[in-house]
Design a protein around this ligand. Structure first.
Ligand code: IPD
Length: 273
């Protein structure tokens, strides 16, 4: 019910603010850096600690809820995306930025019920930017409503795209090819290193589109809702409906822009989450 969602929302905001303090402390501290799937797929003790804090507090408040978390998943916990209320958590989206002191790092949390995301919260504690959305109630940055740009012309667009952390030659070739094809047709491409923040940039109109292959459900579940609530359009980059387990997204200010971008892309398949 609406009342319950409001309770979930207020609770998660309190917990995110607490976790943001830990991310901020870690941002300027020395940290232990380890690698995961590739030499460029990084993790620090702060990623793990922040995820533990978020899950512990949410579990205390909502003992029947389920969790999907980036670091739990790296530690071998199976991703189960069912109908139960499920919190989808990326404790630090932009871990490479976090390691390098580049200020685009964000805690990303979504709550899905019956596989539909109803709450999205993305908090960048370094820049103190809090993006929030509740399904049907619009998107906000630090409490003020945000709107996507409304751009319909690819030639006038600023597009966010990423290289990602895979170093598989075929994957890199396809990704570079996509950026190569797009750059010729747009004002500019930006790669800030956080899927969650990229979706917020489209939501607030600073970018007109963002696409990426190889990301995970925790990178885009919250940002997808925030972008759509801000008036943006999201889909599978191949043109079909967005699937949160398919590891890719195309997010555009308008459907017209998606129709111009999708046919230009070489589609890269990753195994589902
Ligand atoms: C990463 C960021 C980045 C994307 C990578 C992701 P993480 O998330 O979202 O933008 O290009 O593919 O892995 O690992 O820092 O949470």
């Amino acid at each position: 019910t609406e009342k319950e969602i409001e309770i979930y929302y207020n609770t998660v905001l309190d917990i995110v603010s607490l976790a943001g303090k830990v991310v901020n402390a870690g941002f300027s501290a020395a940290k232990r850096i380890e690698t995961k799937a590739s030499a460029a797929d990084l993790v620090t003790e702060f990623d793990q600690r922040v995820e533990e804090i978020l899950i512990k507090h949410l579990q205390e408040k909502f003992p029947t809820h389920k969790f999907i978390g980036e670091e739990s998943s790296s530690a071998g916990v199976q991703t189960v995306f069912g109908d139960d209320p499920t919190w989808i958590i990326d404790p630090i989206d932009g871990t490479t930025n976090f390691v390098h002191g580049f200020p685009f790092v964000a805690i990303s949390i979504a709550l899905a019920i019956n596989k539909q995301v109803v709450i999205g919260v993305i908090y960048n504690p370094v820049l103190d930017l809090l993006y929030t959305a509740i399904h049907g109630k619009g998107a906000y940055r630090n409490g003020r409503p945000i709107k996507s740009s409304g751009q319909t012309d690819l030639a006038l667009s600023q597009v966010a795209g990423e290289y990602g952390s895979s170093r598989e030659p075929e994957v890199l070739t396809a990704k570079c090819q996509n950026l190569r094809v797009i750059i010729e047709k747009v004002h500019s491409i930006r790669a800030i290193g956080s899927a969650a923040m990229n979706l917020c940039l489209v939501a607030e109109g600073s970018c007109d589109a963002y696409f990426e292959y190889g990301i995970h459900i925790w990178d885009y579940a919250a940002g997808d809702l925030i972008a759509r609530e801000a008036g943006a359009y999201t889909c599978d980059p191949s043109g079909g409906p967005l699937n949160l387990l398919h590891r890719c997204i195309l997010c555009t200010a308008t459907k017209k822009l998606a129709e111009q971008i999708s046919p230009l892309l070489t589609h890269v398949n990753f195994p589902d989450d």
